[in-house]
Design a protein around this ligand. Structure first.
Ligand SMILES: Cc1ncc(COP(=O)(O)O)c(C=O)c1O
Length: 400
């Protein structure tokens, strides 16, 4: 019998719906087509100047490894950041620096589950949870949320129904990618009570913490950490907060000593996060408040433009996102995978087109999201308006 070309678990890892159409976008660009990128949350907002200065003033020679746990000056800066948010109980021992929030998510699955264990998630969900679950041999058990309810949580009973002997954790994304939903105090209380009563870990991905719109307040899982120190894990990232996606900086935060010791051993196996990246990120406490105010105002304006302009297109519907910089948008089509590809391969308006992320990959349940795409409002308002106009024309031309 011939050897299989790869492992079965390698085959099981899904392609990212955010990136899998990139070759078609590259081909379109090579033809001279302008592609408006609404597919990926890689913001056009400028990185804070103090962070760029750290790069400009780089003087360490040679560029060595950093410590596996994280560079001490960066861990100190992170402590200050969380203390300023009101979480003075976060100490250096509670922080593990990771290669983006991505590595923190993967570590969280590995640290809390045995192979075959279950983690409750709310779908639509951040697509890469599917990938990290597959890599760590964890089964995601989806709880459906609906656009009609603004993708807020279903009644507690619906969540508890999904808990089995194998359930080890609940993973939330707050504010949510892809829906933009921000959980209320009541919802967070419910999640905390479920985790406590069923002895589950509560894993909270809060990489969009600062991007909460209108009069909403973000309720962090850190608000509950002192009440359930062994079971709460915060997964965080600087990528979006400071527009430093390319610096690959995240954090894994917990008061559970066994877990922190264990994730450090994982971290030792990958040696360290980039020293240059952490030196840039260590400037986070010097970023002026005015930076956040400006960025927040800009995203909220973009959110409004996206919502108002899309609503005008016949057959298109969406809930107004409450936070983050994404929306799940229902289109008058049957197959968003086909439509998203067609936009790149076939459709042109004045030598331009739009790239969106088909939504099926943002679900665990097969067959959902077929009429939906996820859009990221990470381009400026003038471009965003043009992109939506192109989408409007595309929907007229598109034949299912
Ligand atoms: C919800 C969420 N979590 C985690 C990440 C990971 O980002 P990074 O690895 O750049 O920190 C992303 C990136 O888009 C995200 O949207």
């Amino acid at each position: 019998m011939s050897n299989p070309p790869s492992s079965k678990r390698l085959v099981a890892i899904p392609a990212s719906p955010i990136r899998k159409l990139v070759p078609y976008a590259v081909a379109a660009k090579q033809e001279g087509i302008k592609v408006y990128h609404l597919n990926i949350g890689d913001p056009d907002i400028e990185t804070p100047q103090v962070m760029l200065d750290a790069l400009k003033n780089w003087s360490k020679n040679p560029i060595g490894y950093s410590q596996s746990k994280g560079e001490p000056i960066f861990i100190d800066a992170l402590k200050t950041y969380y203390h300023r948010l009101g979480y003075q109980f976060i100490g250096g021992d509670d922080i593990q620096v990771t290669s983006g929030g991505s590595e923190a998510i993967s570590m969280a699955f590995f640290a809390t589950c045995e192979g075959g264990d279950e983690v409750l998630v709310f779908e639509p969900l951040y697509t890469l949870y599917n990938s990290f679950a597959a890599i760590n041999n964890v089964k995601l058990v989806p709880v459906r949320t609906s656009a009609d309810a603004g993708f807020h949580l279903p009644p507690r009973i619906e969540i508890e129904k999904k808990i089995t002997k194998k359930t080890k954790a609940i993973l939330i994304c707050n504010p949510s990618n892809p829906t933009g939903t921000v959980y209320t105090q009541q919802e967070m209380d419910t999640l905390f009570e479920i985790a406590k009563n069923h002895n589950l870990f509560l894993l909270s991905d809060e990489v969009y913490r600062e991007f909460v719109y209108d009069d909403r307040r973000h309720i962090s899982v850190l608000d509950y950490m002192k009440k359930l120190p062994e079971k709460i894990i915060l997964l965080d990232s600087l990528s979006k907060r400071f527009s430093i996606c390319g610096a690959r900086i995240g954090t894994f935060i917990s008061k559970n000593k066994a877990i922190m010791d264990g994730v450090l051993r994982i971290a030792q196996s990958r040696l360290s996060v980039g020293l240059i990246d952490q030196t840039i990120a260590a400037r986070l406490t010097s970023v002026p408040r005015s930076y956040f105010k400006k960025v927040h105002r800009e995203y909220q304006k973009r959110r409004d433009v996206l919502y108002e302009e899309l609503k005008k297109i016949p057959g298109v519907s969406l809930k107004k996102p409450e936070g983050a910089f994404y929306a799940v948008v229902t289109l008058p089509i049957r197959d968003s995978e086909h439509f998203s590809k067609w936009l790149l391969t076939d459709f042109r308006f004045k030598n331009q087109t739009v790239m969106v992320a088909p939504a099926p990959g943002f679900y665990v349940t097969k067959g959902l999201g077929k009429q939906e795409v996820r859009m990221a409002y990470v381009i400026n308002i003038s471009e965003l308006k043009k992109a939506i106009e192109i989408l409007r024309r595309a929907l007229i031309e598109y034949k299912d």
